[in-house]
Design a protein around this ligand. Structure first.
Ligand code: SF4
Ligand code: SF4
Length: 306
């Protein structure tokens, strides 16, 4: 299995990741590092150890087993990650699942087999498979081994991407077996994109324009999406700039994803603590009024915001 990417999760019965009932494959590893990432466990491509404090039953099994002495009740984070060697002795022994391996490795054929078990649900609901992450396009060769047999079996395929990929390889290895692409556009200002997402946006915007051109006969195959992050992406200036960009690319719809603070809890589970976690605006769910005002920016220029 050497060389197979790590999978964060394979989740069936999803109603949130495309049309119908879907099975979603979450890959680990992303070329961006957005500070608000809602799947922070998927940012790193490598193994991680997770700790959910609220699931711990206090049996102390892990404390006695850890060969590195990396676990301590006195440590507010419980795990000293500088000492942890990721041997997973603790996770394998933890009776409650509070400690867990983050990531698993399996061959493409096994994932295909798992997905095809859900085909009856896809067929009755107009659903299919969604590849998400992390960033699935980090593993283009693996994706083609996954998507090809699924398309052969008549499964609808959808890819969620941050847009930072090699366009030529994407067209060769992924696009021929992909029905729909959900493409994130977060920030139009290059400096802000670097600051909050860890990389520039030139290539992302360029890839989007090329893809819009590819799909010019059937724009329903491409859906731009913007996460509404308070005071960062959800500003009038940024959303107006995104609307103008989409208009130039000939697009007439966008999906806006309302902010929720659940990423803070997920971050803590893998020992990450963002300084933005203390921002008052980051602590609460986005209000319906704010979401409506963001939608209006697009609707006012003829871009349907869903
Ligand atoms: S993974 Fe191994 S080294 Fe890390 S905390 Fe668990 S037992 Fe200790
Ligand atoms: S083994 Fe699991 S349940 Fe027991 S103390 Fe450790 S984390 Fe908690």
């Amino acid at each position: 299995m050497a060389g197979n990417p790590l999978i964060l999760d394979i989740r069936g019965n999803s109603l949130d990741d495309g049309p119908g009932i879907r099975t979603v494959v979450f890959f680990k590893g992303c070329p961006l590092s957005c500070i608000w990432c809602h799947n922070p466990e998927s940012k790193s491509a490598g193994w991680e150890i997770g700790f959910a404090a609220d699931e711990c039953v206090g049996c102390n099994t892990c404390l006695t087993l850890c060969p590195e002495g990396a676990l301590a009740r006195e440590n507010p984070y419980f795990i000293d990650r500088s000492r942890c060697t990721l041997c997973f002795t603790c996770a394998d022994a933890c009776p409650s699942g509070a400690l867990s391996r983050v990531g698993s490795q399996m061959p493409a054929e096994e994932i295909v087999r798992q997905i095809l078990r859900d085909k009856p649900f896809f067929d009755t609901s107009g659903g299919g498979v969604t590849l998400s992450g992390g960033e699935p396009t980090r593993h283009m060769g693996f994706l083609s081994r996954l998507l090809r047999p699924l398309k052969d079996k008549g499964v609808h395929t959808l890819l969620e991407t941050c847009g930072l990929f090699d366009f030529q390889r994407f067209c060769q290895s992924v696009l021929p077996w992909t029905d729909t692409v959900y493409f994130d556009i977060k920030l139009m200002d290059a400096k802000a994109h670097r600051q909050y997402c860890g990389a520039g946006n030139d290539k992302i915007l360029d890839n989007f324009e090329k893809l819009a051109q590819r799909f010019r006969e059937d724009r329903s195959r491409l859906l731009p999406r913007t996460p509404l992050i308070p005071d960062i992406t959800a500003t009038e200036e940024n959303l107006t700039a995104i609307a103008a960009f989409l208009g130039r690319a000939g697009m007439d719809r966008i999906q806006l994803m309302a902010y929720n603070p659940l990423w803070l809890e997920k971050n803590a589970k893998i020992g990450e603590y963002s300084s933005h976690g203390n921002d008052a605006s980051m602590a609460t769910w986005m209000s319906p009024e704010k979401i409506s005002s963001c939608r209006a920016i697009f609707n006012n220029v003829g871009i349907h915001a869903i």
